[in-house]
Design a protein around this ligand. Structure first.
Ligand SMILES: Cc1ncc(COP(=O)(O)O)c(C=O)c1O
Length: 429
């Protein structure tokens, strides 16, 4: 791209003008609700470019970015290995409707990282992964009911939208209009961090092993273990939605982190390196239910897309055990700095951390379930914090229910600047 030309073009744009134009042609002006700033107020910034730990908007404002595309950009924005891999792949064609070497390599890479994942089916989003996982679980067990947890978000498939976290919670919705009673009749919602009583009508229990869509809520000791036991006792399948935790928490994701083996895994975000990608994985026996081998139909024009698989492979290649150690150090540094800044200013806030995953709650104690998370997330303080940080050129997610995403490109320079901005902001809260 010609940077000078694009900067000149961008300098003629303003966030307000673009949002006005967007609202005329895109519902709410955005293609994913949280981006509209609905719960924090104000006008979203429109990104013109991003690099490493930074995003720059169309007005030329440069922000230290902790959105990082809500997870995929774990190496930092526009990492040269990823952009080069995408460019190389694009030069060979963008989609074929036929299998490729690259998708085999990505499938091998995922299977190689996670004990128990013997096969994967690549799809184009996390939503498709969870939707298909449920279909497979129902077919494999011959049962209908699904148990999900309040405040967990699994994408926007009808059966799983009820009591969702993330954007649904931000809008104060309990589910979605347009979802029929029939579509959720077999969905049971249970409180997070409590092992539900199951029976032999349950096909699957789907869980975010670390809840990262109601802020960051860690599983209490015994919760995931209890789910494993409860599922095995009644023959239900345990589905780990690792769309966020997969290859962000550690080399093998949450299953490795907690030493618990679910029956089905869902992946997304990091495995596409910033391009549309998702996957579900399981044993050969479970995956054989999928067409063309079995009766569970699932397909996709762009599934296993060569650009997305190239970006995903380039990303995973950099995600070594050492890289995760570094990412944990980065997040720990930020956690400690922010915590001290809030303490010094006398602001009741906590910055929970699970490995490299971070959250932020403006309350004295970290919540353990959706009700306690909502009580804090809806207290209005986050919106003030968000705008004061944004004016200091630090971009957190525009919603209290989202996690904080660090990347390997965040150095002490960015972290210290963030902590300094946080200290000034804390005094004003
Ligand atoms: C845990 C979890 N599962 C599923 C999804 C849906 O993924 P996608 O937005 O790619 O459809 C998300 C998205 O944020 C998520 O956080």
């Amino acid at each position: 791209m010609n940077t000078a030309a694009s900067t000149t073009a961008a300098s003629r744009l303003s966030n307000t003008a673009l949002f006005g134009r967007a609202e005329m042609v895109i519902p709410g002006g955005v293609n994913s609700p949280v981006r509209a700033f609905g719960s924090v107020g104000g006008t979203p910034y429109f990104v013109a470019q991003a690099e490493g730990a930074y995003v720059t908007d169309v007005e030329g404002n440069r922000y230290i970015d902790y959105v990082q595309s809500y997870g995929p950009s774990i190496l930092g924005h526009a990492h040269s290995a990823v952009t080069q891999a995408v460019q190389n792949a694009a030069a060979l064609g963008t989609s074929y409707g036929a299998p490729t070497h690259s998708e085999v390599r990505l499938a091998e890479e995922i299977c190689g990282r996670v004990a128990g994942v013997e096969m994967v089916r690549l799809v184009s989003s996390g939503t498709e992964a969870t939707m298909t996982a449920i279909r497979v679980a129902r077919a494999a067990t011959g049962r209908d009911r699904i148990v999900k947890f309040a405040g967990n978000y699994h994408g926007h498939c009808d059966a799983l939208l009820v009591a969702g976290g993330s954007g649904i919670a931000q809008q104060g919705l309990v589910g979605s209009a347009g979802v029929t009673e029939g579509a959720v009749a077999d969905t049971v919602v249970a409180p997070y961090n409590v092992v539900p009583t199951l029976d032999e009508t349950v096909a699957a229990v789907v869980v975010e092993p670390v809840a990262a869509n109601m802020g960051l809520v860690e599983p209490v000791e015994g919760f995931l273990e209890g789910l494993r036991v409860a599922c095995s006792e009644v023959g239900a399948l345990l589905i780990f939605d690792e769309v966020i935790t997969g290859f962000r928490l550690c080399f093998g994701g949450a299953a490795q982190w907690y030493g618990i083996r679910p029956d089905i895994w869902c992946f997304g975000k990091v495995i596409g390196g910033g391009l549309p990608m998702g996957a579900l994985g399981a044993s050969v026996a479970i995956m054989n239910n999928l067409a063309p081998l079995g009766g569970v139909y699932q397909a996709g024009t762009l599934s296993g897309n060569p650009l997305a698989t190239a970006a995903g492979l380039a990303t995973l290649e950099h995600l070594t055990t050492d890289a995760f150690r570094k990412l944990v150090d980065i997040s720990t540094y930020l956690q400690q700095g922010m915590t001290e800044a809030f303490e010094a200013a006398g602001v009741a806030a906590c910055v929970p951390r699970v490995g490299p995953l971070l959250g932020l709650f403006f309350g004295a104690n970290p919540p353990t379930d959706f009700d306690s998370a909502k009580a804090i997330c809806d207290n209005g303080i986050y919106a003030k914090f968000f705008h004061k940080m944004l004016s200091r050129r630090v971009a957190f997610a525009p919603g209290a229910y989202e996690a904080i995403f660090t990347s390997l490109a965040h150095t002490e320079t960015e972290l210290d600047a963030t902590i300094a901005a946080c200290a000034e902001t804390a005094k004003e809260l």
